[in-house]
Write a protein that binds this ligand. Structure first.
Ligand SMILES: Cc1ncc(CN)c(N)n1
Length: 217
C-alpha cells in the first residue's frame, strides 16, 4: 500500500469530525451566520499569506529541481486563486483583513506550518502541508454533493470542489508518496505525525471561526 492512504486512514475519524462540525453543516445548508463566515474568511486571508510563504520555503528546499516549480505553482495558487476568492467575498461584505489580528487557532496553525517547513526536513514539510490541500478537496466535494440552491457560500464550495483544485491536490498527494518511498522509517513516522497535527489544526481553524475566537487575554 502506498503511503498516503495510510495517512488518510489515520485521520478518518478526525475527518468525520470536520464534516460533522456545525461550521461545515451550516456552510452546506447556506445557513452559516455571515458573521462566522466573515471571521473565517478574514482569518483565512492571514493564513493564506503564511501558507504561500511555507510553500515557497518548500520550493527552495525541493529536490529534484523539477519540484521547485511545482511548489512555486502551489504557492501561486494560494496567492492568486484562493486570495481572489477571498477578495470577492471581501467586496461583497465590505470588509478586508486589514487590521485583523490572527486568532489563536490561526496563529497556531501558521506558526506550526512555517516552523515545520523551515526547520524540519523537506519530507516532513511536504506531509505537514498535505492536509491543507487534501482535506479542503474532500470537504469541498462533501458539501458539493449535498448541493443547496442559492447558497451564499457557493463560490467557496465551487473552488474547493472544482477540477482545477483537485488536480493540484492529486499532484500534492503523488509528491508525498514519492518522497515517502525513499524516506527512512523514522522520517515516515515524522511525516505521519506532521500530517496528523496539521489535520487537527484544520479542525481547530473551523471550530475557532464558529466560536468567533478572540484572544482571551
Ligand atoms: C486553514 C486553511 N487550510 C487549507 C486551505 C486550502 N488551501 C485554506 N484556504 N485554509
Amino acid at each position: 500500500m502506498s503511503f498516503t492512504p495510510q495517512l488518510w486512514h489515520a485521520i478518518t475519524p478526525l475527518y468525520h469530525s470536520i464534516t460533522a462540525h456545525p461550521f461545515i453543516a451550516e456552510l452546506t445548508q447556506g445557513t452559516l451566520p455571515q458573521e462566522k463566515f466573515q471571521h473565517y474568511i478574514q482569518q483565512d486571508a492571514l493564513y493564506l499569506a503564511d501558507f504561500a510563504r511555507a510553500l515557497a520555503v518548500m520550493a527552495a528546499k525541493a529536490e529534484p529541481t523539477a519540484w521547485v516549480h511545482r511548489y512555486l505553482r502551489f504557492a501561486e495558487g494560494a496567492i492568486v486563486v484562493e486570495k481572489a476568492l477571498h477578495g470577492s467575498y471581501f467586496q461583497t461584505f465590505g470588509i478586508s483583513e486589514e487590521g485583523v489580528v490572527k486568532s489563536p487557532a490561526c496563529f497556531a496553525y501558521t506558526n506550526y506550518l512555517t516552523a515545520t517547513c523551515w526547520q524540519q526536513s523537506f519530507a516532513v514539510g511536504v506531509a505537514a502541508l498535505l492536509p491543507c490541500f487534501w482535506i479542503y478537496r474532500e470537504v469541498g466535494n462533501f458539501i458539493w454533493q449535498q448541493h443547496q440552491p442559492d447558497n451564499p457560500y457557493q463560490a467557496w464550495i465551487d473552488t474547493y470542489a472544482g477540477e482545477e483544485f483537485s488536480a493540484i491536490v492529486d499532484e500534492a498527494i503523488q509528491l508525498t508518496d514519492a518522497v515517502a518511498q525513499v524516506a527512512s522509517p523514522e522520517t515516515r513516522h515524522q511525516m505521519q505525525e506532521a500530517f496528523l497535527y496539521s489535520s487537527r489544526l484544520e479542525w481547530l481553524f473551523w471550530d475557532s471561526a464558529y466560536r468567533l475566537e478572540q484572544w482571551p487575554v
